[in-house]
Design a protein around this ligand. Structure first.
Ligand code: AVJ
Length: 322
């Protein structure tokens, strides 16, 4: 069997270095924070998969509905020669797109990008098995850092799905969109998934489900720190918090210390104090409006060509052109 081509821009040492720098910055800041990047070890990725199947967590289903309905139109509008998927892993949605693009007849290459070599290799093999003749060229890297070197037969469609752009704060978003625009040639495409602003109840429930899966996902980041940095967080002593920030229009996930604690992060030579009730921010998940998305895309040099939502207007998929 043919092997997928893999470009590796990010070795295990880079990830370890980034984790250490990030954790030191976040845990010595006031208020304390951690990057959502570190949720996704094997256990965290499995918990996220569980989240996507929760009754309260509508974004995955809503986005899938839009893609299922619009995949053929995406193919016809873009004539894509390659599909580049940033933060790949959402294999089911990828297949909706690949199938429609293959059917349309223009697609020769799939370029999945992810931070994890193992996830990428596995996904690449599965796709190659199901799409004979499709060239798969994986890129191991961080989508906020290694976009300069995106391969792909033109015209490329860069897909950034799931609403993951909402995990970036506005300044990071601006930089990210600019970078994507700069690696594309005029006429190439960005397919962007964004969760939409809606009533507080629906939003908070999606991030604080009845079964406590999101709570487990949130706390798991402390397991990651305990294992990777030899920290001694008492994970059970932190409570899951999800709240809607109406000014910023984003959901914030936090971990609240239920008692005063001293935590040692051995690999950083760092000791961190938590007061009882102190909250550590672990994620922002921004929600969007059409005019905001249009403006951010324009500011980055894209033109919004299509805007599609699910039947309940919960989630949007934008097709923008460089
Ligand atoms: C995969 C980043 C889009 O922000 O909704 C799910 C992650 N966090 N539940 C999101 C997540 C809590 C998810 N993204």
């Amino acid at each position: 069997m043919t092997e997928p081509v893999l470009d590796v821009h990010l070795g295990p040492e880079d990830a370890a270095h980034a984790l250490r720098a990030d954790v030191r910055a976040g845990l010595t800041a006031e208020p304390k924070w951690l990057s959502p990047k570190w949720f996704y070890d094997a256990a965290g990725s499995a918990l996220f998969e569980d989240i996507t199947r929760l009754p309260e967590y509508y974004p995955t289903r809503a986005e899938r509905e839009v893609l299922a309905e619009r995949a053929a139109e995406i193919a016809a509008t873009t004539d894509a020669g390659s599909l580049v998927e940033l933060g790949s892993g959402s294999s089911e949605k990828t297949r909706l797109l690949l199938s429609a693009l293959r059917e349309h007849g223009t697609l020769t290459q799939f370029v999945p990008q992810d931070v994890s070599v193992s996830a990428l290799t596995e996904a690449a093999h599965a796709i190659m098995a199901d799409y004979p003749g499709l060239q798969v060229h994986g890129v191991v890297g961080d989508f906020t850092q290694h976009l300069g070197l995106l391969p792909g037969e033109p015209p490329r469609v860069v897909a950034f799905l799931g609403g993951t752009i909402g995990n970036l704060i506005p300044e990071e978003r601006e930089k990210f969109l600019r970078t994507v625009r700069d690696v594309l040639e005029p006429g190439e495409w960005l397919l962007l998934g964004t969760d939409l602003v809606k009533d507080r109840e629906t939003l908070v429930r999606a991030y604080d489900d009845a079964q406590g899966v999101t709570a487990a996902f949130n706390r798991n980041v402390l397991n990651v720190l305990n294992r990777e940095l030899h920290a001694d967080f008492d994970v059970a002593a932190f409570e899951h918090v999800a709240l809607w920030n109406p000014e910023r229009e984003w959901i914030e996930m936090r971990l609240r210390a239920t008692r005063a604690m001293t935590v040692r992060i051995a690999d950083l030579g760092l000791t961190v104090e938590f007061a009882e009730g102190e909250e550590l921010r672990t994620e922002v998940s921004a929600k969007f409006r059409q005019e905001g998305v249009r403006q951010e895309l324009e500011d980055a040099g894209f033109a919004l060509r299509r805007w599609w939502t699910d039947a309940e207007d919960r989630f949007a998929v934008s097709l923008a052109q460089a």
